[in-house]
Structures are given as C-alpha cells and as structure tokens.
Design a protein around this ligand. Structure first.
Ligand SMILES: NC(=O)C1=CN([C@@H]2O[C@H](COP(=O)(O)OP(=O)(O)OC[C@H]3O[C@@H](n4cnc5c(N)ncnc54)[C@H](OP(=O)(O)O)[C@@H]3O)[C@@H](O)[C@H]2O)C=CC1
Ligand SMILES: CC(=O)[C@@H](O)[C@H](O)COP(=O)(O)O
Ligand SMILES: [Mn+2]
Length: 466
C-alpha cells in the first residue's frame, strides 16, 4: 500500500538542542516507501536524510500532499488485540467506512465470544486466540458455511502470523504490554505499515524497532492521541523548525487528590479515569502518570527530540492532545474530543483525511475553558524515572517498562499498594545498572523484559520493598 514519503518532523543533527545520542538514531517518525505518487526526487532526498526544507520544493510537496490526500484509497487492516479498547474502536472505524477499510486478521487474548462476533461481521482471512486451550472452541464456533474458510490459529506464534502473514496493508497494534513487541517486529519485517497504539513496543524495544522501521521502509504512525497530535502539527513543517514537544496529561484519577491521600487509594479508585475510557492497564498508568512518563519516551523514539525538549503539562479537559513549539516560538496544537477514534483513524489513513459522519465536531463554547497546570514530580515519581531511563536509553527503558507492567499486575492482584508501583520501577532500574546494555539486540530486550518481571515479583515476595 500506501505509505507516503513523510516530511521529517525534525532535523536531529542540526537542532541546537541536540546532544550526542547514546543509542541508534531515532526514526524520523515515518519512513519512505512505495507511495505511487512520491516523486523520485523526494524519495532520494529522504533516503539521504536531506528532506526538502522551507524551499519551493517543500511548498510544492505540501500542495501535492494536500491534493492527493483526497484521492480514493483502500486499506486492509490487521487488528491485533481486536477485543480490547483500541481493537473495538478500530473496528468501529472499519464499520463506518467499509468503502475504505477491510479486515485481514483479528487477534484476541482469551475473549472467544467477542472474537467470534467480530469474525462473523468483518470476515478476516485469519483469526487468532492467544489462549491455546480455547482454539477448538473458536474453531467450532466458526465452522458454519459463512465462516469455515476463516483460518483459526492460536498462541503467540498465531499472533505473529496474524501480524505478518496476511494481506494487510496496515497493522493496528492494540495488544497491551510488551506482548505487542514481537508481533510488531514481525509485521515490520514483513513490510507492513504500523498504526502504533501499543506504546510498549517503543518503550521496551525502541533501540531495535526504530532502525528496523527504517531498514524495512515501512511507516510507523502513532495512534496514541498525544503523538498523533504532534504528528498532525508537524505536517508540512520545515526540517529543523521543531524546538519542543509539549505533551498534555489529563492528570489521571488522582489529579485532584493531595499527594498524602495517595496512601489510601484503592484499585477501584485508580480505575476511574476522568476523561478517557480505556483498558485497565493504561488507566492505572494514567493514575500513576506512568502513561505520561512512557509517552515522553515514545515521543523521543518517534520524533527524535532530545529529552530536554520534551515536556508534559496537565490539561484537565483532554481537548488539546499535545502541542509543538517551533524555533520562532510559534506553538501549534491539535484539538479534539477525548475520543480515540480520531487518532486511530488518522493513523490508519494518513495522509488522507476521511469524513466520518459519526464523529461529533468540536464545540469550543461547550468546552468553555482550557486549563494548564504543572505536574507535581514529587507526587508522581514515574515522571523523573522516565527521563532518567530515557536518557540512559539502551535496555533501561525496557527494564522500566517491564517493572511497571509487573507492578501494575501485582497492584491489580492487590498484592501491592498503588504507591509501591514507582518504588518497584525505581528498584528495578537501580538493580539493572550492572547488566545494562547500551546497544541491545531484540533477544536482549526479550531477556531483560522476562527477568525484570521475575525480579519485581521476587522483590515483593521478599518483603524488602520498603
Ligand atoms: N485504550 C486506549 O484508549 C489507548 C490505548 N493505548 C495503548 O494501546 C494498547 C492497548 O490498550 P487497550 O486497548 O486499552 O487494552 P485492552 O486491555 O483494552 O485490550 C488489550 C487487547 O489485547 C489482548 N491481549 C491481552 N494480553 C495479550 C497478550 N499477552 N498477547 C496478545 N494479546 C493480548 C486482549 O485480549 P482479550 O480481550 O481477549 O483479553 C485485548 O484484545 C496499550 O499498549 C495501550 O497503552 C494507547 C492510547 C490510548
Ligand atoms: C487516549 C490516550 O492517548 C491515552 O494515552 C491518554 O493520554 C491517557 O490519558 P492521560 O493523559 O491521563 O495519561
Ligand atoms: Mn496517550
């Protein structure tokens, strides 16, 4: 399919804020590939790293792009994690725009019932249930005349197959956690474009995934609302113009509680997000601000900016989804309701703009006011941990991610308290210093993801967490 030659959002090497990188150079967010209308000149420019900047060529490119964004197109979509929050919203989009989107594969963890309903409605070639014990049940529920041709696979290898061995143009990564890493890597290697919801892919695997995206010439377009906002603000920006990224944060479930009250919060409290309806893990991450912390690292890997130039601010309304500041001090923002369908749609259709009648237009008068507030770094230690891990790079962000996943699991099992989450993250990062690898392989990342989870659980079991 599809992928368009991007205007690189920023010139890493020429930014006056840039410092020497400690890891493989980050992606320019999206890389060139196969778009039928992409000019040879621009393909060459992007390959050489010298994309058009503030020149006539750049202006022509912008005009060409805005015109071509209206041309008809179709896309086949692989939906990983189709039964979750991201997956079901992706399918809402497909349902509303069947003239553009169709489904090539679906995967679920264990929710056979919903997967069967989805398979009947969207008729993919292949479906996967991670839980191998439910494969026969899935097969028998899809054995009638309409569905018997749908292949049924299972296990983590089945997920990889649904990501890579299909006729999909775009893979929407709606799996939660580092479990999304290997299927995403397989999809990239198979030349699929990625609509990235699963941020853990980059937090854990950034040093490996970013070069792989470049090597295989696929696009990786953020579905995460903040990074979609940034990417939208960067469309048409001249190379070298970006100075700063400002991520917005809702503040999560505990934003209006004083820090001292966090000692008494419960799992049920943490699951009450003020603005977004999302899966349990990311909702808890929003409450601990780990989600924002992870999004700082995600922004680094997607847009290549130094950590000094990535900020976050609490914006309670979640209407501005993020902002960029340019060298001339101009700030651009992207606005929309707190509805993931919009960033998902953009990640699936970029550079096109698709009309969706069910999307309610933004009403600024209804919103009334937009407010901003500094993040309290004492109350939310995960923010500082992300900057430390991000600057260290290599395997450190993988360890932070694995520690947090294990900690959130234990919090959901009610084995630890909410305030233990950042303590576990810090402890795992501290104990990783001797094993740290600056230039990990994918196997190294999988290894440290596995052992960190074990160590985090051992730490809690030992009673030494403090
Ligand atoms: N929800 C949102 O609005 C946003 C989410 N994201 C990111 O998107 C990703 C998905 O989040 P969300 O949709 O909320 O999560 P959910 O928990 O709602 O959905 C997760 C999906 O993945 C499946 N799944 C769970 N564990 C595994 C596994 N180990 N291997 C394969 N599949 C698995 C689940 O199957 P089953 O239903 O059968 O358990 C389900 O389909 C996360 O990385 C999150 O950070 C980013 C921005 C916004
Ligand atoms: C919708 C989305 O992108 C989430 O990642 C969202 O950002 C969570 O809200 P917080 O700002 O509370 O983390
Ligand atoms: Mn987000």
């Amino acid at each position: 399919m599809s992928a368009f030659v991007p205007l690189p959002p920023l010139p890493l090497s020429s930014s006056k804020f840039s410092k020497p990188r400690q890891h493989a150079p980050p992606s320019r967010h999206l890389t060139s590939r196969r778009h039928p209308t992409a000019s040879l000149a621009q393909s060459e420019a992007v390959k050489s790293g010298a994309a058009p900047v503030g020149t006539d060529a750049a202006l022509q490119e912008m005009v060409r792009r805005s015109l071509s964004s209206q041309t008809p197109f179709t896309r086949r979509i692989a939906v990983l994690g189709s039964t979750g929050s991201i997956g079901t919203q992706t399918l809402d989009i497909v349902r509303e725009a069947p003239h553009i989107f169709s489904v090539s594969s679906l995967t679920a963890g264990s929710n056979v019932e919903l997967l069967v309903r989805q398979a009947r409605e969207f008729r993919p070639h292949v479906v996967c249930i991670l839980d191998e014990s439910r494969r026969d049940e899935l097969r028998s529920k899809l054995d009638d005349a309409q569905c018997k041709d749908i292949r049924v696979v299972c296990g983590s290898q089945g997920v990889v197959e649904c990501a890579a061995e299909t006729d999909a143009d775009v893979v929407v990564t709606g799996i939660v956690g580092c479990a999304g890493l290997l299927p995403t890597v397989a999809a990239i290697k198979a030349g699929k474009d990625i609509a990235l919801a699963n941020k853990e892919t980059l937090i854990a695997g950034g040093p490996v995934v970013v070069p792989l995206v470049k090597k295989h010439g696929v696009s990786m377009t953020a579905a995460d609302s903040e990074h979609s906002a940034i990417f939208q603000c960067l469309q048409g920006a001249p190379q070298g113009a970006l100075r700063k990224i400002i991520l917005t944060a809702s503040g999560g479930a505990f934003r209006d509680r004083p820090a001292k009250d966090l000692a008494s919060v419960t799992l049920a409290d943490a699951l009450k997000h003020p603005n977004w309806s999302m899966g349990a893990k990311i909702t808890i991450d929003s409450a601990s601000l780990y989600n924002k912390a992870a999004e700082v690292i995600e922004a680094h890997y997607l847009f290549g900016l130094d950590y000094d130039n990535i900020e976050a601010v609490i914006h309670k309304q979640s209407i501005i989804h993020s902002m960029v500041e340019f060298e001339d001090s101009s700030v651009l923002a992207q606005l929309g309701w707190a509805d993931m369908r919009l960033p998902l749609l953009y990640s699936m259709s970029w550079p096109h703009r698709v009309s969706m009648p069910s999307f309610k237009p933004l009403d600024l008068v209804e919103i009334g006011s937009l407010t901003f507030q500094e993040i309290d770094r004492q109350k939310y230690p995960n923010m500082d941990l992300a900057y430390i891990a991000g600057r260290k790079a290599g395997t450190m962000t993988c360890v932070l991610n694995a520690a947090n996943e294990a900690a959130v699991e234990m919090f959901r099992e009610e084995k630890i308290h909410f305030l233990d989450i950042p303590k576990i993250n810090q402890a795992m990062m501290d104990s990783h210093r001797d094993d740290f690898l600056q230039y990990p392989t994918l196997d190294d990342i999988v290894h440290f993801d596995t052992v960190t989870r074990i160590h985090a659980r051992e730490l809690v079991a030992s009673g030494k967490l403090g």
